[in-house]
Design a protein around this ligand. Structure first.
Ligand code: CA
Length: 219
């Protein structure tokens, strides 16, 4: 496992690197926020350990830019900033965990393992959109307290909506996503699929937007 450590205090960085290496973790170390942003695209880091008080660019800004650039790498904030607003802000900006200094190495390692595990589970196979959850491996869908397995077409339709939860998709957008080039499509095919999906779960699983299309609400 390879981590990026972003920490401007050399003593803390040295101690952490020695400790992490004993856990068979290889660590790349950078000492300021800009260097962190430069380093992140260069390797496939399992986790980034991010201090907040950093030269050049504050840790919060590093995190913000990272997430805005669409990078999903897990980030653990390691900081002495223990006030509520920093903790809330860090997590809301997309940190996966927030650890206060000083900390025990064993706890840090346990938290690193936990975020790596969560990420693996996520990447494996589920999409969550509001109250709808889709398992991509089994085509199983859960809505409120009902779980059922859908046909390939029904699943494709629901997946198209779930991937863009909160946005309206028109009939032709849905047809494009579900049917291949040159396939014969009945004019009411989408309605029929939606009818069957609703019948198995509840009509609320997909919302009609009159004259525009359909959507799954985000919340
Ligand atoms: Ca610092």
């Amino acid at each position: 496992m390879r981590l990026l450590l972003v920490e401007d205090d050399r003593m803390i960085a040295d101690a952490l690197m020695k400790g992490l290496e004993r856990h068979a973790v290889s660590v790349d170390w950078v000492a300021d926020g800009r260097a962190a942003l430069d380093a992140i695209p260069l390797a496939d880091y399992a986790v980034i350990l991010l201090d907040l008080g950093l030269p050049q660019l504050d840790g919060m800004d590093v995190l913000d830019r990272l997430r805005k650039a669409g990078k999903a790498v897990p980030v653990l904030i390691l900081t002495a900033r223990d006030d509520l607003s920093s903790r809330v802000k860090g997590l809301d900006l997309g940190a996966d965990d927030y650890i206060l200094k000083p900390f025990e190495l064993d706890e840090l390692m346990a938290r690193v393992r936990a975020v790596v595990r969560r990420k693996a589970g996520h990447a494996r196979s589920t999409i969550q959109a509001g109250e709808v959850s889709l398992d991509l491996a089994t085509h199983t869908v859960t809505f409120r307290d009902v779980t059922d397995t859908l046909s390939a077409r029904e699943f494709a339709l629901l997946r198209a909506l779930a991937e863009r939860a909160g946005l309206i998709l028109s009939r032709s957008q849905l047809e494009d996503r579900i049917y291949g080039w040159g396939e014969e499509i009945e004019s009411n095919a989408i309605e029929v699929l939606i009818h069957y999906i609703r019948k198995r779960f509840h009509k609320d699983i997909i919302r009609n937007v009159r004259g525009a299309g359909w959507m799954i609400p985000k919340v």
